[in-house]
Design a protein around this ligand. Structure first.
Ligand code: C5P
Length: 231
């Protein structure tokens, strides 16, 4: 089953805070993204409790030798996430091992998303760790490698949607953070785009945090975004 278009980033470490944030969103039209902050604090059971059966994006960004990442994928699969992230820069063998481990979970296997280039890095950071830029070339190189290595999609910046859709084809999932409606604060996000623009360029799912969770009425902010996408 297709999960909702929007994954709301619940960037909290306490169970009560995460649960309250989710309750404030109402009952439909969204799925939940939980990341390292929550997972490290609350563990797999906390994740399952707080997700409450909603489609879950477990953003753990795994990166290690193939055998260890495969084990991590197997363990994470018990939370039944719809999406699970691993670093594409871990290489083809690591991604193949992760994809095989995910398949063991059968029908409810997590879809694996590759992390290409972290948007917190610029070209001089890439050069300092020995990676070749420009950044969008490196992102495409890693996205294509991810697809060839059996991953289901990548997380990408809104500005890479068109290029990666072309390079990776129609079935490769593009999951996109860095989204800001016109009426929301940009915060620390720099290369932003509105929800409707990102969807019209071909994003499959959007990851949106503060424009919804920090809004005066989060449920209304979510409804407004959904209406803008539908228009
Ligand atoms: O609050 P905001 O909408 O900026 O939240 C975005 C979410 O997406 C956060 O959980 C953040 O960690 C994540 N993310 C991001 N930019 C990326 C990758 C992930 O903002 N390039």
């Amino acid at each position: 089953m297709m999960p909702p278009r929007i994954f709301v980033a619940i960037d909290r470490s306490r169970k009560e805070d995460a649960a309250a944030e989710i309750v404030g969103l109402g009952t439909e039209g969204f799925a939940v993204k939980l990341g390292l902050e929550f997972f490290v604090a609350q563990g797999p059971q906390g994740v399952v409790d707080v997700a409450g059966g909603r489609p879950l994006f477990l953003d753990l960004k795994l990166h290690d030798i193939p055998n260890t990442v495969a084990g991590g994928v197997r363990s994470a699969s018990r939370c039944k996430p719809h999406f699970l992230t691993i670093h594409a820069s871990g290489g083809a063998a690591m991604m193949h091992a992760a994809a095989s481990a995910a398949k063991e979970a059968g029908e409810t296997r997590p879809k694996l998303l590759g992390i290409t280039v972290l948007t917190s890095l610029d070209e001089s950071d890439l050069a300092a760790v020995g990676q070749r830029g420009p950044m969008s070339d490196q992102a495409e190189r890693l996205a294509v490698l991810a697809r060839e290595s059996g991953l289901d999609g990548v997380v990408c910046s809104p500005h890479e949607i068109a290029r990666l859709r072309k390079a990776c084809g129609p079935d490769f999932k593009l999951v996109v953070p860095g989204i800001r409606p016109e009426w929301a604060e940009a915060g620390d996000q720099k290369r932003i785009m509105t929800p409707a623009e990102a969807v019209s360029l071909g994003a499959d799912h959007l990851v949106i945090g503060r424009p919804i969770t920090q809004a005066k009425t989060p449920k209304d902010a979510l409804a407004r975004i959904l209406a803008e996408i539908a228009a």
